[in-house]
Structures are given as C-alpha cells and as structure tokens.
Design a binder for this molecule. Structure first.
Ligand SMILES: [Zn+2]
Length: 352
C-alpha cells in the first residue's frame, strides 16, 4: 500500500488542506478496480471507522499476494468540511463559504462547460477543486463506493437504476436494511457524477453487471463503534472478494438478498407541519401501516390542542429519522419507504 497526500490550497490567507490517498496497486491488470471514500459529509464517520478495519484486511491480502485488483481509498474525503467548527459544534454537511451541500454540485460529465472539472491550481473555490479531485481519483474504477450515513437509520444503499438488481450482492454483503433505486437524478451528487463518468446512464451497451456505484448509508451518525465498524468492514471485504478485487477462499459467496428495494419516488420524506419538540413513535426498522402515528410535535406543552400529529401516508418501512428532537416548520422528520409513489415524490436526492 502506498500513501500520497494531496495539498489543497485554501481560499483564505494561510489556509490549506490535506487529502490522504491510499493505493493498492493489485497484481492483475485485468481484475476489477475499486474506489472507496468516506466522510464526504465530514460529520458522517461510520465509513471512516469501517475503513479503519478494512484497510488492514487489504494490507494482509496484499502481503499474501491475494490482491489482484487495484484499490484506491480516500478515508477522509472532505478536509474542508472536517475543519469546520462553529461554536464547538462540527458542521460537516454544508460548506460555510458557499452554503452548498458538500455532496451536491459535482462537475457532471456531459452537462456542458459550466460543470467542467477544474485543476487544483484553478482560481476557483477550494470546494470545487476538491470535488474535481475526488472524481479524478475515482475515474477508471469499476466499483465506486461513497460511504455516508443518515441521522439515525438502517444500513441502506442508494443504487442507480441501470445497476439494479446487479448490485444485490452489495446489499447481501452489508446486510442492508433497504435499497433505494434512483433513475433520473439532477442534483449532481458524487454518485451521479461517478456514474456518468463510467458510462452514459442510457447506454444499453454499458457493462453494468460488472460495475458497482453506490452511496452507502451506514446507519446513523452516532453508530460509530468497534462492532458496527468491524461488521461493515467484513461486508465491504466480502463484496470485494465477490467481485474479484480481492482473493480469499475463506470468504463465502454473498448469497441472496431479500430486502425492501424501491424506486426513490416511493420514499415518503415526512416534513414537519409545525415547529416544536419531537416525540417519535417509530424508529428505523419499524413497519407501519397507513394512518399510524409517526411523530407527535409538541407545540404548546401540556395544553389542550398543544400537539400536531404526523401519520403514515401509506404502508411501509421506517428507514431513517432525524437525530435532533427540535424541529422547525418544513424540516425533514423521517423517511418511510412505501410500495407506491409518494404524493409529493421528487426525483433525485431527498434532502437538502
Ligand atoms: Zn451523507
């Protein structure tokens, strides 16, 4: 394994950032290549913890000559977000400079000159140069996994439609609690840009069964623990073995996966109809029926009429819920995956 550190000049006087890139060269040029990154949303650490356990497994495989595929790993993909502390709170989702979500606004191939990639010495904001750099690093890999997490949630996957159901093996390896399949995205998340980098989404000749691209949501932000990290590392390792990136005769095949896989339009993104204190009646993994009470928002504590109830618009699985217990009007509350299209379905990603 080789480690390189890229310096990203900052936008302010005296500031610069450092991005570590780990590379395993592989010993078979024809083997599939894998790229993994974590903490693009810099406050989402389950992926970093999983890589902490996965990397030694890969180093062992390399030392034993069992690593045919090239692997590139960026364990902390967002040093700009990593450095954003505000009043002792870490703010890793949005850029404080531009207010743009760190997982949006990637330069999308084919989207015209305005979304072109930029070089590290280009006179544009550091976050734009970082996004171009990450796509450069991911280019040429057959497998691209972007490790994220939700607020509180099951382990689940976002998978582009052309790659489903070929990617059931990843869901099986990670024992995913659900899969959200997306078709037409328009928010230029890393996953979308990486997909378009491999092939046009409408290209019927693309070798989709041998590709894998996913935003991997490894539960919730507080689910950073030795047990879950080791579990996720083993799952990722099993997947890399299944796809031929790593060789390990001791690892069994992924097996089948029988979970909830639905198009993104079937996700009910429940939003708060009032501000107040959140009393959740459900947690991720619960199965609900239409009309079930999901959340009580306390608007006037103890008073008659001092609550607003949020109920399930259709039967489904509770995939996630927010980690905070205060809400503003219109803020996201939870994701419910149903079997029919949501009345307010949007394409693309679900939250800001
Ligand atoms: Zn994220």
């Amino acid at each position: 394994m080789e480690k390189a550190t890229v310096t990203i000049p900052g936008d302010t006087i005296g500031a610069s950032y450092h991005l570590d890139v780990l590379r395993f060269s592989g010993n078979d040029r024809n083997a599939p290549k894998a790229y993994l990154q974590a903490a693009l949303h810099a406050n989402e650490l389950p992926g970093v913890a999983a890589l902490h356990y996965l990397i030694p497994m890969l180093r062992k495989a390399e030392a034993e000559g069992r690593l045919p595929g090239e692997i590139t790993i960026v364990p902390k993909a967002n040093p700009i977000g990593g450095a954003q502390y505000l009043f002792h709170e870490h703010a890793g989702r949005f850029s404080l400079a531009s207010r743009i979500n760190f997982n949006r606004d990637f330069p999308v191939p084919g989207a015209g000159g305005s979304r072109a990639r930029v070089a590290m010495d280009a006179p544009v904001a550091a976050e734009k140069r970082l996004k171009s750099l990450l796509l450069d690093l991911a280019e040429g890999h057959d497998i691209v996994l972007d490790l994220h997490c939700d607020d509180e949630g099951l382990s689940y996957l976002y998978v582009p439609a052309p790659l489903w159901p070929h990617m059931r093996d990843l869901a099986a390896c990670l024992r995913s609690g659900g899969v959200i399949v997306w078709g037409e995205a328009s928010d230029a998340a890393f996953e979308e840009a990486a997909l378009l980098q491999i092939a046009d989404i409408h290209d019927s000749t693309a070798d989709w069964p041998h590709k894998a691209i996913s935003t991997v949501e490894l539960r919730g932000r507080a689910d950073v623990a030795p047990e879950t990290a080791a579990h996720d590392a083993e799952g990722l390792y099993r997947f890399l073995v299944a796809r031929g990136v790593v060789r390990d005769p001791m690892v069994p095949a992924p097996g089948d996966w029988k979970g909830v896989a639905e198009p993104i339009e079937n996700v009910e993104m429940m939003r708060a109809p009032a501000s107040g204190t959140l009393l959740y009646h459900v947690r991720p993994g619960d199965v609900v029926t239409a009309g079930d009470r999901l959340v009580t928002i306390v608007t006037a504590p103890g008073e008659e009429g001092g609550t607003v109830e949020v109920t399930a618009p259709q039967d489904g699985l509770i995939l996630t819920r927010r980690v905070h217990r205060v809400t503003s009007l219109g803020d996201d509350l939870l994701k419910l995956v149903g079997s029919r299209r949501s009345a307010d379905a949007t394409s693309g990603t679900l939250e800001a």
